[in-house]
Design a protein around this ligand. Structure first.
Ligand code: RUQ
Ligand code: CUA
Length: 667
């Protein structure tokens, strides 16, 4: 069954592109039967019990709005980091401290479609400090702190819709960028996205490219400026490197500006455009006052490191630059129609544009681009943006590489690896000669691929991770919904070798990986209780108490192995807003406590050592309600429980609380 499906898929493609892909089919079918290579593959990915993986890999969760952390080469799942989605596991987005992280101008949006993780960089190398990810739906960028593996900040991007080409960093992390995938009618008077007839697409719809400044010390983000550009669909981006590091490149499709049936309308022109933006020049124009400040409405949410509470700021202005006012800032470079990824090789000279529908992969030259700009080798201009001549920028093409090229990454030996969605394979080629060197089938229909550091100046050349869109028969069936599949490929030799399949969740689009020791040494073990600045923290058990303020009841609770203080509470009435502010008094690694209340319509908490978390509960029924720790924390974990007595609305049961007979406090 497996062989049949795979054969029909890659060999059908083989018919179209020639013998090269047929080769791939043969190799794919031999691997499973070849016990020598299976043993060798198993040895390469085997991480013995108690041993650690060589890499952290951060895989996007796509439509689950999370980031999954895996160890490579084992493919072991280490952690799921909630970013744009609420997490019932630890209360992220449900508890009072983290709820504001999900505020947007549309209200509380507890989900998103997370596509691209990007590690922060110092001098062109991943530095292991932060992971930036995009929310493709409600345009947002988040920053994950890699000392805590928690979401530290989320910024909404105004004047944008469907923010796919994001969050691509510049080579030294000065900026992360974000581009609009869906052109929308953006008003320059700040009234946001307008209500206009949909057949005014060509005249009224625009896109924006946003440049978000990243603070070098704190990682804090802020939108510096946006560039308003023609209403193409901006798809993917990547920053230049080394010599080209002042530039940011964005692919665009639908340069025809079709507003309906884009499947046909967006494929009329033979060429679409790669936008090249000199971000240093743009920043300079913005500084010089060329940027117009317009009204806007967006949210900026940040976790405070001391209080562990998120604050949410509603921002009211943004600065915009118009390309026609800023000569030398932006150029358009023709590329074969409907391109997807743009990837720049480690030298910064070769710009690879992956055209989903193109028969060849064009490689543009950065130095030729600069010459073409100097020589004014322009075809025309669009909205004041010069369009460079295709041939004047082109270094050459990879001819007949495979079908449906989407993304390219690089190794340290001058090779490129391109994912082929339609012919389900990874194709290795030499960046200088553009000659195809090797190909390997993947199962099935690969999207992104990732080489640790393969998008930076400093790639590691041992592994490649293929992230496939279709799983079919690769695992035991689990009903209609299947996990997605990742495949680890050994690229250390001349020939690529398949090592491992492992399941992934949501839909991993892109991923990043970094040598484990860069990140592991900074990983936080617990929060210090003496630094806990949460306004409702209770850092000593004798201070545990219950206070009523109108219809609010605040429970200042502590948790330590193996009791909650207080564990008996009376005086709560139906309809009260009860806030459990629970402080975990432990000062040791890996001793979280959980907290849950029967029938709470909100969620539960998972409180890290030294941390305070607040759970809101609005009781709907009178009676006695148990609460308890949900994380098996000690031999007496099951004893870590208590009761809240809920009296009917209007009853006059007084507030009373205690822990143990001898500790019964005064009312
Ligand atoms: S995408 S499969 Cu990055 Cu959203 Cu290319
Ligand atoms: Cu604390 Cu179980």
């Amino acid at each position: 069954m497996r062989t049949l499906y795979k054969t029909s898929l890659t060999c059908a493609a083989g018919l179209l592109v020639g013998a090269a892909v047929m080769n791939g089919c043969q190799k794919g079918s031999t691997l499973a039967n070849d016990s020598a290579s299976t043993t060798e593959a198993a040895r390469k990915v085997y991480v013995a019990p108690g041993k650690h993986d060589e890499y952290y890999a951060y895989l996007s969760g796509g439509f689950n709005g999370q980031v999954d952390v895996y160890g490579l080469p084992s493919g072991r799942l280490l952690k799921v980091i909630p970013v744009f989605s609420q997490s019932p596991e630890n209360g992220y987005g449900y508890n009072e401290e983290t709820k504001p992280m999900l505020n947007t101008s549309f209200g509380h949006i507890p989900w998103d479609d997370l596509h691209h993780p990007k590690l922060s960089r110092t001098n062109g190398k991943p530095d292991g400090r932060w992971l930036f990810v995009n929310g493709n739906n409600t345009p947002r960028i988040a920053r994950v702190d890699l000392t805590t593996f928690e979401t530290a900040e989320i910024i909404e991007i105004p004047n944008s819709a469907g923010q796919h080409c994001s969050p691509y960093p510049t080579d030294n992390n000065e900026y992360v960028v974000a581009g609009t995938r869906f052109a929308v009618p953006i008003a320059t008077d700040g009234s946001g996205i307008q209500d206009v007839p949909l057949d005014t697409y060509k005249d009224k719809f625009r896109a924006s490219l946003s440049f978000i400044k990243v603070d070098k010390t704190t990682g804090n983000m802020d939108i510096d400026f946006q560039i308003l550009v023609p209403g193409f669909d901006f798809d993917l981006a990547n920053g230049g490197k080394g010599p080209s590091s002042d530039w940011m490149f964005f692919t665009s499709y639908n340069t025809e500006q079709a507003g309906t049936l884009k499947e046909i309308g967006a494929s009329q022109n033979d060429k679409d455009y790669l936008a090249a933006i000199n971000w240093k020049k743009a920043a300079e124009y913005a500084r010089q006052g060329k940027a117009k400040e317009i009204p806007a409405n967006y949210y900026h949410n940040r976790m405070d490191e001391k209080t562990h509470m998120a604050t949410s700021t509603n921002k009211k202005t943004v600065r915009i630059l118009m390309p026609e006012d800023c000569p030398g800032m932006m150029y358009l470079i023709p590329v074969p129609k409907s391109p997807h990824g743009v990837d720049i090789d480690p030298t910064g000279e070769n710009i690879v544009v992956n055209g989903k529908l193109a028969a060849a992969i064009p490689v543009h030259s950065y130095s030729k681009m600069i010459k073409a700009i100097e020589n004014k080798s322009f075809d025309k201009s669009i909205s004041g943006i010069p369009v460079l001549k295709y041939e004047s920028v082109l270094a050459g093409e990879v001819v007949k590489p495979g079908l449906g090229p989407l993304h390219t990454e690089f190794d340290a030996k001058g090779n490129a690896y391109t994912s082929m969605f339609v012919s389900s394979e990874v194709v290795k080629w030499n960046v200088k000669t553009r000659e195809v060197l090797d190909r390997i089938p993947v199962y099935y229909s690969i999207g992104h691929l990732m080489i640790p550091g393969g998008d930076t100046q400093n790639p590691d050349g041992n592994y490649l991770l293929a992230m496939n869109k279709i799983t079919k028969d690769r695992y035991l069936p689990t009903g209609p919904e299947l996990a997605q599949t990742a495949q680890l490929i050994d690229i250390s030799g001349d020939k690529m070798k398949m090592l491992l399949d492992f399941p992934t969740f949501g839909e991993p689009h892109y991923a990043q990986a970094i040598k484990a020791d860069v990140v592991a040494k900074n990983s936080k073990k617990f929060y210090r209780l003496d630094e806990n600045a949460h306004p409702h923290a209770t850092t000593k058990e004798p201070d545990a108490r219950v206070e009523r303020k109108g219809n609010q009841v605040h429970v200042y609770m502590t948790a330590i192995r193996s009791h909650l203080a207080p564990d008996n509470i009376e005086g709560i009435h139906v309809g009260d807003e009860v806030y459990f502010h629970v402080t975990n008094l432990e000062q040791d690694w890996d001793v979280p406590h959980g907290f849950a209340v029967m029938g709470n319509q909100n969620a539960e908490l998972l409180i890290m050592p030294g941390q305070t978390r607040t759970l809101k509960w609005v009781p709907t029924k009178s009676g006695v309600t148990p609460f308890y720790c949900t994380d098996f924390c000690s031999a007496l974990h099951q004893e870590m429980q208590g009761y809240a007595r809920v009296s009917p609305k209007g009853a006059n049961t007084p507030i009373k609380f205690w822990l143990g007979e001898s500790k019964k406090p005064a009312i």
